[in-house]
Design a protein around this ligand. Structure first.
Ligand SMILES: C[S@@+](CC[C@H](N)C(=O)[O-])C[C@H]1O[C@@H](n2cnc3c(N)ncnc32)[C@H](O)[C@@H]1O
Length: 364
């Protein structure tokens, strides 16, 4: 298949970009069937978007920045410099428009290390000892608003690299500090964004139907982000408690799900508080929803689920990349301790890449 317009041939980020929809879906399905073979009977067909929606879906990006003689470029950091991907067809149109506006207006001597965008919030990340001058921002305002942005931030993080953000040294340069997504949920510049909101909603619908949140039921929501799932459980009348590491995400989760309790920290660190909270309801009324980062559940958290919390039902939304499948590792432990894998529902959150999100639904 020819590469779509704007796709940089040297970029390796979208491993399946040479495949059409049918071939990509077949390969993901086949890979899932091998990786999740012990639960083959529970594995559903991949739910995927089709046609034009398979491009332009990525509204959360982190790109390295480099000033060259010809101007600014944004892309992937490599040993020999930044590989520019200004027109990457997977990026959402507002990302591309903002990158072009920045490339045209950013002063040549601005010490930009990374550019991040999360929905309508954009961030310039610098690694300097002092804050750089930003008087030029006003001239960019019309371009930023035209690109659909609500806010532009300066974040000073001398350690930026694998982790782009720290909690401190954020400066709003222009616009509003928070945005709302299509569901009305508040988010900020560091927010985790699930791509393809319709697929995420379908995954949450399936999790809601399985967990059956209701008065008398308690849902512990691990790695809850800005609270999209928390808001669901509490809207159904369940007692809800979320745990999340990011400070901004915790603040947004408290706004998005005011009836829920939200603890800040790693799930591992918060087990001492989770434990009595969940134990206050009988085991048949206990639920766990987990959507951890790509490494899967922290080992202590998995131990706690099987040995202490013992929820009647678990919904586990996992990111899988062809290099690693922590979901299979975690399912094997849950399976061995008496939780049956009822459904494995894969969702193609990242078309044209070799990643696939899978919702596992388990009951004791
Ligand atoms: C895959 S995202 C899921 C977020 C949320 N469920 C959603 O759909 O928006 C993982 C979240 O876990 C948070 N996180 C990372 N490590 C964590 C940890 N050890 N304990 C708690 N939260 C963590 C991240 O900040 C991020 O918000």
């Amino acid at each position: 298949m020819p590469l779509p317009p704007g796709c940089e041939p040297q970029c390796r980020a979208c491993a399946y970009r040479g495949l059409d929809e049918t071939a990509s879906t077949a390969r993901k399905q086949d890979w899932l069937a091998r990786r999740l073979a012990p639960w083959a009977a529970a594995l559903a067909p991949l739910t995927a978007t089709t046609g034009a929606a398979r491009l332009g879906y990525r509204s959360r990006v982190l790109l390295a920045a480099e000033r060259r003689e010809a101007g600014w470029c944004f892309g992937l950091r490599r040993r020999d410099g930044v590989l520019a991907i200004p027109d990457c067809p997977v990026h959402a149109p507002p990302v591309r428009t903002t990158l072009h506006a920045l490339a045209a207006q950013l002063p040549a001597d601005f010490p930009l290390a990374y550019y991040a965008q999360s929905g309508a919030q954009a961030t310039l990340i610098v690694k300097t000892r002092t804050l750089p001058a930003t008087g030029w921002v006003d001239a960019l305002a019309t371009g930023l608003a035209g690109a659909g942005l609500d806010g532009l931030w300066l974040h000073r993080n001398p350690g930026a690299g694998v982790h782009a953000f720290t909690d401190n040294d954020w400066h709003l340069l222009w616009g509003a500090p928070r945005s709302r997504d299509a569901d009305g949920l508040v988010y900020g510049p560091a927010a985790f964004q699930q791509p393809l909101p319709a697929l995420h909603a379908a995954a949450l619908d399936a999790a809601t139907a399985f967990l059956a949140p209701a008065p008398g039921v308690a849902v512990a929501d691990l790695y809850c982000g800005r609270g999209a799932s928390l808001a669901r459980w509490s809207a159904h009348g369940a007692r809800t408690l979320g745990v999340e590491l990011g400070g901004e995400a915790v603040a947004c989760a408290r706004l998005n799900a005011p009836a829920a309790e939200v603890l800040r920290g790693t799930c591992r660190q918060r087990l001492a508080q989770l434990d009595p909270w969940l134990a206050a309801v009988p085991a048949p009324a206990r639920r766990v929803y987990a959507n951890p980062p790509r490494g899967g559940l922290e080992p202590e958290v998995l131990d706690w689920i099987v040995a202490t919390a013992r929820p009647a039902r678990i919904a586990y939304l996992a990111y899988l990349a062809c290099a690693a499948a922590p979901l299979a590792r975690d399912l094997a432990v849950l399976d061995a301790h008496g939780w049956r894998v009822h459904h494995l529902l894969p969702f193609d959150f990242f078309p044209q890449t070799d990643h696939v999100e899978t919702l596992a639904l388990l009951a004791r």
